[in-house]
Design a binder for this molecule. Structure first.
Ligand code: NAP
Length: 333
């Protein structure tokens, strides 16, 4: 069926400035790590992308290796771009990344110039795009000089294959160093993509301060802890959930009793706020003004709609935040 985007798509979304750049990103962005691969249903993937765009999600996040098989999420997105979004390219921020294993041999992963630029060419071919909006170094490479990795990102921009660059999973110190190198090259670092949720709070220990100081935006991934901070696992591990799928990145063993008990307690608080747990978890990530956008995943249109309705209540009373802290710190749970 032909898709015509909703005329009201810009009416309810909040757009936050990304660091000190000219770009504003939707408060909630959609990632294609899971549920958009060759093993997944194209119609479901397409329905989620369409519904996201209808609700004001202008940012779609990919990486060379998303699938499975690796590369297939970019191929799925090519079909969605061609059939649904073709007339809307200038309304979209499309990102991809390189860093993890894509092809055999010494040039198929990490952070060399050789790998990054070849991988970007492959991503562009898979998506049938002339350029991506953001190209990321997906992970720091301990064995490649940072100047080489950042130099490759700068080259991608100069070649017209990316408009902006970003880094992901870099430590505070490496982020500051990367930002300095990129600034010197004349291609400022737009954004950092770290893991962040109520269950994974590492970035509070320094990274957010570095990003604020450097004027870099922050787009936390897995804000729902891959589903642990939703009602998905409160009763069981459902057979269609990420933890139950053989190719899901969330392992069944990570669905611990402790996590489920904490999620249940958080769920009660969310109910008092008139929200689902997923909505409260997203509002919590977005409570810090240094967070530009929460980068979610979803396996259905219903989940996507639930998550986007988080925008209806982003405010927290001080005692609600204190109760969340108490639940997270409670060792009896
Ligand atoms: N830079 C990196 O290294 C890196 C790493 C990981 C992810 N990412 C990016 O971040 C994106 C998001 O990661 P993520 O998928 O782990 O994020 P997430 O939002 O924490 O988890 C998404 C999963 O949570 C469940 N879920 C979502 N909404 C729900 C709702 N309303 N109710 C119940 N369950 C719900 C679904 O699980 P089920 O599938 O079980 O339904 C969904 O697949 C990725 O797509 C990718 O773009 C980047």
């Amino acid at each position: 069926m032909t898709y015509t985007p909703s005329e009201s798509r810009y009416d309810s979304m909040k757009y936050n400035r990304c660091g000190k750049s000219g770009i504003r990103l939707p408060a909630i962005s959609l990632g294609l790590w899971h549920n958009f691969g060759g093993v997944d249903t194209l119609w479901n993937a397409r329905s989620m992308a369409r519904r996201a765009f209808d609700l004001g999600v202008t940012h779609f996040d990919l990486a060379n290796n998303y699938g499975p098989p690796p590369g297939s999420a970019e191929e799925t997105f090519r079909a969605i771009l061609r059939d649904d979004f073709a007339r809307h390219r200038d309304e979209l921020i499309i990102s991809t990344k390189a860093g993890y294993l894509m092809w055999p041999g010494p040039y198929g992963e990490w952070g060399s110039r050789k790998y990054l630029l070849a991988s970007l060419d492959q991503s562009l071919a898979r998506m049938d795009l002339e350029y991506v909006d953001i190209f990321y170094s997906h992970r720091p490479d301990p064995d490649t000089p940072l100047e080489e990795t950042m130099g490759a990102l700068d080259s991608a921009v100069r070649q017209g294959k990316a408009l902006y660059v970003g880094i992901s999973n870099y430590s505070p110190a490496a982020s500051a160093e990367a930002a300095a190198i990129l600034r010197k090259l004349g291609t400022p670092c737009l954004i950092h993509q770290p893991k962040y949720s109520m269950f994974e709070r590492g970035i509070e220990g320094g990274l957010l301060d570095v990003l604020e100081r450097e004027g870099i935006g922050c787009i936390p991934f897995s804000p729902l802890a891959q589903g642990l901070l939703t009602d998905r696992y409160l009763k069981e591990v459902p057979p269609d959930s990420r933890a139950a799928k053989p190719h899901g990145f969330l392992q069944r063993e990570q669905v611990t009793q402790e996590k489920v008990r904490k999620a249940s307690a958080l769920n009660e608080l969310a109910k008092e706020r008139g929200q689902s747990l997923a909505q409260m978890a997203l509002a919590w990530v977005l409570r810090d003004p240094r967070v530009t956008s929460a980068l979610i995943g979803a396996s259905s249109v219903a989940q996507l709609e639930d998550n986007l309705a988080a925008l209806n209540n982003l405010a927290f009373a001080a005692d609600e935040l204190a109760r969340i802290e108490a639940i997270l710190a409670d060792t009896s749970l």
